[in-house]
Design a protein around this ligand. Structure first.
Ligand code: FES
Length: 149
């Protein structure tokens, strides 16, 4: 078993409700949850790897593939959709020259969608890493990206 995971689990324990915190800690250390990490976690929690994968892929903040250094997550839920998230997506895709779900060739950005991030009253909204950007326009979205370039 990976020593990172052993160390994390030695602190959190393996109660079922510790599964998500363990996944989040692995991601904060390694950027994503690899297949090997999922197998190690399954073994430690005495559950199937399929169950770990099922939990991981249910949550849009649990990444099971390697991501760029900066992760953009644009809200795809209804308030943001109605307030023009498609225009924001188009502007970001054009600026970064990638499509949603892709990572730039220099690994600087990954562009993803997520469910509601709780800023519906100031939609459209997105998060870059852990910073929230609200009331976006295509221009404001590009300025936000430039903070991380
Ligand atoms: S619908 Fe987009 S933040 Fe809630």
């Amino acid at each position: 078993m990976n020593t990172d995971i052993q160390e994390i689990i030695s602190k959190t324990g393996t109660e079922r409700n510790r599964l998500l915190p363990v996944m989040q800690e692995v991601i904060s250390r390694n950027n994503y949850l690899s297949e090997t990490a999922m197998r190690d976690i399954a073994k430690a929690f005495d559950i199937s790897a399929a169950e770990v994968y099922g939990v991981a892929t249910f949550y849009s903040f649990i990444d099971v593939s390697r991501l760029g250094r900066n992760v953009i997550r644009i809200c795809k839920t209804i308030s943001c959709d109605l307030k023009g998230k498609t225009d924001i997506i188009n502007a970001i895709e054009k600026h970064l020259r990638i499509k949603l779900g892709e990572t730039t060739p220099d690994q600087k950005f990954t562009f993803l969608q997520t469910n509601c991030i709780g800023w519906c009253h100031q939609s459209p909204a997105m998060i870059i890493n852990d910073k929230v950007y609200t009331e976006l326009t295509p221009e404001k979205a590009i300025v936000a990206l430039e903070e991380w370039e």
